[in-house]
Design a protein around this ligand. Sequence first.
Ligand code: C2E
Ligand code: CA
Ligand code: CA
Ligand code: CA
Length: 279
Amino acid sequence: AKENGRNTFRIYTKDLHHDLTEKLEMLKRLRHAIEQEKLVVYYQPKIDFNSRRIIGMEALVRWIEDDGTLIGPDQFIPIAEDTGLIMPISDFVMRSALAQLHEWRELGFTDLTMAINVSGKQLHSPDLVDNVLDAIRRAKVPANRLELELTEQVFIENIQSHTNFMHSIREHGISLAIDDFGVGYSSLAYLKNFPVTSLKIDRSFIQDLPGDKDDATITQTIINLAKNLDINIVAEGIETEEQVDFLLERDCNIGQGFLFSRPLPAEEITRLLEQYQGL
Ligand code: C2E
Ligand code: CA
Ligand code: CA
Ligand code: CA
């Protein structure tokens, strides 16, 4: 038994050491990727179900390795949040997305909105509002074309600085969306206290529609809630026409998902815009 115990211990420390080494290695590569500008922003269109037109974009960051491998944000955003690297990454995404919006506007697509994901960690920076406003001015785009997507966690924390941030963002005409709505520990009171302009129904509620009764009820309830509070509603992760029908019948008219388009590099989105939104 003694032998066994010692072996277990040895295996355990070895794993721990392995995890740590892997994390540090990842961190080193990520830092390098930022310096070498190996990050790119992809865009996923937001669609108006009735007209089937693209009304806006969500910016989603990717990391492209030297051999062309694409690494998704789920694999590096958490580590970036833990190490402060989220700041340079966010700056990069904000600059790229707003410059791209400007380019699309120059091509005549002036109605598009641009949504950018903001990490809760960024809200700890007192300069965030100034940085956002500065980025808007530099890109020469109107503030009311920008939307910031915040996850529910940020709203629940209900810290005075967060509240201040949201109010001053709204005062400048920038929109505020709650991302992944419904998956957090919802205290619905925050909807009353924060100047939210839209709710994004999480993909986990959409994926089994229309068959799953519970998900149908939850989705219907979120839509009603948004309507009664006069907040816009957006459905995420739409993959089938049946899901679109379900949502349309319940008066949710806007969404994004693989059914319409995966997130794509800017050039491919430009082609989509030119094809379907010819001027
Ligand atoms: P999110 O903000 O909830 O973004 C939606 C995710 O769902 C994206 O994954 C998108 O590719 C995926 N998606 C969209 N439509 C469908 C669909 O029909 N089916 C399925 N299965 N998936 C769909 P992605 O790009 O891997 O991003 C994952 C998460 O990483 C995002 O979730 C967001 O929280 C975070 N993220 C991405 N870019 C940024 C960024 O620039 N800054 C920050 N702070 N976080 C980011
Ligand atoms: Ca989002
Ligand atoms: Ca989401
Ligand atoms: Ca269920």
